[in-house]
Design a protein around this ligand. Structure first.
Ligand SMILES: *Cc1c(COP(=O)(O)O)cnc(C)c1O
Ligand SMILES: [Zn+2]
Length: 417
């Protein structure tokens, strides 16, 4: 069944367009990554007929015309999307920028932006008639797939590097996934999963291989635009690992522009960890020829030395006239503390990396202090409690009596009248 809004899947390498079927993965001609293309007249007509402001569905599926699906089935679905966009004045002041918003995508059902992609993967797997989905992941793609699949009654095989934080592994086990911890890098994990998927014919949720995932992720931008009344910010900051998220963020804004819903595009701030920044390094050198790097950062979700979607990521940076910023682990931990203490938003390290990048970009003079900026928090801090404590420190500990409390206050510099 052909989708009415989708015109095809265009290769990011050779440019050939092939049909978009539920099983579509990479380009049949050259193996390149595909990009789903739309009929924007169709989208425009749909949105004119039922304006977004009149839609009741608060989830990502409210943007149905923009999504490569006919319907979303009648299985129970998790509430993916509809995450809050906070005006963050105190944080903006601390960072030194006039207008700052935080898009808290850690508030998705499994607590990361990856839910947007996994919800899409589950629907496409069902369209393809598959009952088993597999993926390899640094952690969040896995936990979101396991959760969204569980809600739809599908089973999952999940490959994660053994370094994955306990919180994410706990989620996997709780959602009933078959979990394989691979003793190696993310690159090793990806390779083993690809072999297993080939061998057993499971539905493939590996980001970058599956072009539909980015279509789910782009809904974060559709929401940001709608939440801002379609008045675009100057900049949108996002953390980058494989490059699928930044690609999705940019795709969402481009779709809105092509459908005539916004009249200007924001510029993208691509933020990576300085211990693992192959995409930013290539972008800074003005080349598509990225070079693998070590995965040396505590931000496990973006510790991706061999990025799977460098083409779309680099295109997003270039086409948006964006900037790239690398931040140290210390800067990431500091951004986690700032987000928590000024805004009540609890981010995992990769979730706070975008915000760390806004601070750094201001310090480097890459963005103006009177700019308007949206920083996307991509994952919740409860997933990685060890690093949260590392960022925020340990509490006072006292025996249960008042004198001990007074002593602890004095030692901790807490001044009370
Ligand atoms: C996956 C992830 C990212 C980066 O997304 P990519 O598509 O790998 O670039 C950033 N933050 C969090 C919390 C993630 O889980
Ligand atoms: Zn191709």
């Amino acid at each position: 069944m052909a989708l009415r809004n989708v015109t095809g899947a265009k290769c990011t390498l050779c440019g050939k367009v092939s049909p978009a079927t539920p099983e579509t993965t990479t380009c049949p001609h050259c193996g390149g990554i595909l990009d789903i293309e739309y009929d924007y007249d169709y989208i425009r007509a749909g949105v004119a007929k039922t304006p977004l402001s009149q839609r009741r569905d608060p989830t990502m599926w409210r943007y149905m015309e923009f999504l490569p699906v006919e319907g979303v089935g009648d299985r129970p679905r998790l509430r993916v999307g509809g995450s809050p966009l906070y005006r963050a004045d105190a944080l903006g002041k601390a960072l030194g920028v006039r207008t700052l918003w935080i898009k808290d995508d850690g508030q998705n059902p499994t607590a990361s932006l990856k839910d947007r992609a996994s919800a899409m993967a589950v629907v496409k797997a069902q369209e393809a008639g598959k009952a088993v989905i597999a993926c390899s992941s640094t952690g969040n793609a896995a936990s979101s797939l396991a959760g969204n699949a569980a809600a739809a009654g599908l089973s999952t095989f999940i490959f994660v590097p053994s370094r994955a934080p306990k919180g994410k592994v706990a989620q996997l086990m709780m959602f009933g996934a078959t979990v394989i911890l691979v003793e190696g890098s993310y690159e090793d994990t990806f390779r083993v999963s690809a072999q297993a998927i080939d061998r057993w014919g499971w539905y493939n949720r590996n980001a970058a291989i599956n072009p539909y995932l980015m279509e789910g992720k782009k809904t974060v931008s559709l929401e940001i635009a709608e939440q801002l009344g379609f008045n675009m910010p100057d900049w949108v900051a996002v953390s980058v690992g494989d490059g699928c998220t930044i690609g999705g963020v940019w795709k969402g804004f481009r779709d809105l522009y092509s459908a005539g819903l916004i009249d200007r595009l924001p510029r993208i701030i691509s933020v990576q960890a300085s211990g693992c920044c192959p995409i930013n390094t290539a972008a800074a050198a003005g080349t598509m020829e990225w070079v693998p790097q070590a995965e040396d950062t505590l931000a496990d979700s973006i510790a991706v030395g061999v990025p799977r979607n460098p083409v779309k990521a680099l295109n997003a940076i270039r086409e948006s006239n964006g900037v790239v910023v690398n931040v140290s682990d210390e800067e990431i931990l500091a951004a986690m503390r700032l987000l928590g203490a000024t805004s009540g938003v609890f981010a995992e390290p990769a979730g706070a990396t975008g915000t760390a990048g806004v601070k750094k970009a201001l310090e480097l003079g890459l963005i103006e202090r009177d700019a308007s900026v949206v920083s996307i928090v991509t994952g919740n801090g409860l997933k990685d409690v060890n690093n949260a404590i590392r960022a925020a420190g340990e509490p006072m500990r006292i025996p249960p009596d008042m004198d001990a409390l007074l002593e602890a206050f004095a030692a901790g510099g807490v001044n009370l009248r």
